[in-house]
Design a protein around this ligand. Structure first.
Ligand code: DX5
Ligand code: ZN
Length: 224
């Protein structure tokens, strides 16, 4: 598999906006449209107020194609479920820094890498960057949420951009090379704002899967 670097512009269609009754065709459609990664939102009804899908769906998607699978775990006790998601075929697994009460973040990030996956750390719009700072040298991707997690189709929050700029500064200062991913309300317009702040991975659900032409939508985000 290709080795992605933070200088790559990566578009990750979010399967949450796909038609679940035709999931294999929907994933093929995202790949044919030029999606680089598939973003898979796992929600447990506790960490966020919504339930999406679990390891069985990840495994089913993995069985239909070999695209890079970017898992976004919005669940309590992510460490407990880690082995199941690794086995299901995840390439990158992000956990939320706000789930700190249920597990040791540093141990979970190390476990993700030890399992052969890339490790990501996510933070909500209201969470300050200082909460993730202690872990920056342990991650391959920082996921800066641009909506309050739980649902697709919400509006992008531009007020989060200073956090991205600060993360990019720290990355340079510390000689690190994690990806900077944005998730929530991303389309060809908001991607310009996020890219200017320094983001290189763009998760997009509604604006890609629900576009009249998915290929045009993906290219517009990549070119933003
Ligand atoms: C929100 C999810 C997002 C969601 C994005 O909790 O983490 O990945 O699918 O959907 P859009 O692109 O529609 O805002
Ligand atoms: Zn997500």
């Amino acid at each position: 598999m290709k080795r992605w670097t933070p200088t790559d512009r990566i578009v990750a269609p979010s399967v949450l906006a796909a038609d679940f009754s035709r999931i294999a065709e929907e994933c093929s459609r995202a790949i044919a449209a030029g999606g680089d990664w598939l973003h898979l939102d796992v929600m447990d009804g506790h960490f966020v107020d919504n339930i999406s899908f679990g390891p069985a769906m990840v495994e089913a998607i993995h069985a239909t194609n070999d695209i890079f699978l970017d898992l976004h775990l919005m669940i309590t006790k992510p460490d407990h479920f880690l082995p199941q998601f690794v086995k299901a075929g995840a390439d990158l697994i992000s956990v939320h820094v706000e789930s700190e009460a249920d597990h040791d973040i540093a141990t979970t990030l190390a476990a993700i890498r030890n399992a052969g996956c890339l490790a990501g750390l996510a933070l909500n719009p209201a969470t300050p960057l200082r909460d993730v700072e202690p872990y920056l040298d342990q991650i391959d991707l920082l996921l800066v949420m641009t909506v309050i997690p739980g649902f697709g189709g919400q509006s992008f929050m531009p007020e989060v951009m200073p956090k991205i700029e600060e993360a990019i500064r720290l990355r340079h200062q510390r000689g690190l090379s994690f990806h900077l991913e944005v998730d929530g309300g991303i389309d060809s317009t908001t991607a310009i704002t996020a890219a200017s702040a320094g983001a290189n991975v763009f998760v997009a659900g509604s604006s890609t899967f629900k576009a009249p032409d998915m290929g045009t939508a993906v290219r517009a985000i990549r070119g933003a």
